[in-house]
Design a protein around this ligand. Structure first.
Ligand SMILES: C[S@@+](CC[C@H](N)C(=O)[O-])C[C@H]1O[C@@H](n2cnc3c(N)ncnc32)[C@H](O)[C@@H]1O
Length: 302
């Protein structure tokens, strides 16, 4: 990275003159530009350059300008969701341009985040997650968000609609639960042991006036799975807790067919369950979305 103040100032000036950064869809470009702004501000702070007032001002004004474009984009998508106009395919058409994932590309490795995650964070207002109130017990995994493009792959891979109940076991800030509901119309239930995350997720859903979404502040071992027919987990726990939850899910299959989707390190244990069969092609990588169904091997479109 550049460390010469004049060169950085010239780069910031070039960014300020770059009209493409003001195009609402260029979220990724703005994120990259903000990286330079942050770098400039950090250097000013660290080196206490007194003659760098101009650099500080330039960085600050560019930051404000870019943040304003982002805010307008987030507010517009948010308003569409709140009004009920942006659902299903209409919402999907707004999301797709922000990610490299393309519909039907199964088995991709979704490591790291992209501009779609920035969009989802801004639209759902996930930016200030609360501090956890409870310590994690052994075998419980802390909060980390599923990349949004893995959720797009999930809704592309699993037939879901208003007659279904989707479960996110260890739902964190609630964005998987909310997105699945918005994109498919399925009822969606997040189960989260941490009260602060659960409350945060409830507030995000209430602000968007979502009726088909709920969050239960419970341990996944004790929660009511209701009539759930699709369950998702992003490595919420390991070892005996994971085994206990999988045993509970297996018991649910006595009443109905169950689809289990997994992302992250828990996938290997899920894949080893004798009562589950791969639903469509699966990649062996832990950060590829893996989908399974109870009973016979089935295609996603059957
Ligand atoms: C890796 S995060 C995944 C969050 C969310 N599903 C997502 O993908 O964005 C795991 C979450 O599981 C929660 N968790 C851990 N143990 C749990 C348990 N026994 N019951 C319910 N939630 C649990 C953690 O608090 C954390 O929010």
């Amino acid at each position: 990275m550049e460390t010469d103040p004049q060169a950085i100032c010239a780069q910031l000036n070039a960014l300020a003159a770059d009209a493409s950064l003001l195009a609402p869809g260029n979220l990724a470009g703005r994120e990259e530009a903000l990286g330079l702004v942050e770098w400039a501000e950090a250097l000013v702070r660290l080196r206490k350059w007194e003659d760098l007032a101009a650099l500080r001002r330039r960085a600050g004004s560019l930051r404000r300008q870019l943040a304003q474009v982002d805010r307008a984009l987030f507010d517009q998508v948010r308003a569409g969701i709140r009004s009920g106009a942006l659902r299903g395919e209409a919402l999907r058409a707004r999301l797709d341009p922000f990610t490299r994932y393309r519909r039907g590309e199964r088995g991709q490795v979704h490591a790291g985040y992209d501009a779609l995650d920035r969009l989802v964070e801004g639209v759902l207002r996930l930016g200030r997650p609360p501090t956890a109130q409870r310590a994690l017990d052994r075998e419980m995994i802390q909060l980390e968000l599923t990349p949004a493009r893995a959720v797009l792959e999930l809704v592309d891979s699993v037939p879901l609609g208003p007659g279904d109940l989707f479960l996110d076991l260890g739902s964190g800030l609630g964005q998987v639960t909310i997105l699945v509901h918005l994109l498919t119309g399925a009822r969606a239930r997040g189960i989260e042991r941490e009260p602060a995350y659960c409350q945060f997720a409830r507030e995000r859903a209430a602000e968007l006036r979502l009726k088909g979404v709920e969050f239960l502040n419970l341990d996944a071992r004790a929660a009511d799975y209701g009539e759930a027919n699709v369950a998702f987990m992003f490595a919420p726990f390991t070892g005996s807790i994971l085994r206990e939850v999988l045993d509970r899910l297996e018991r649910e299959t006595r009443a109905r067919r169950l689809v289990v989707c997994s992302y992250g390190p828990s996938t290997a244990t899920v894949a080893a369950q004798p009562w589950l069969r791969p639903l469509g092609p699966t990649a062996a990588h832990p950060y590829a979305l893996a989908t399974f169904a109870s009973g016979e091997s089935l295609d996603a479109d059957s």
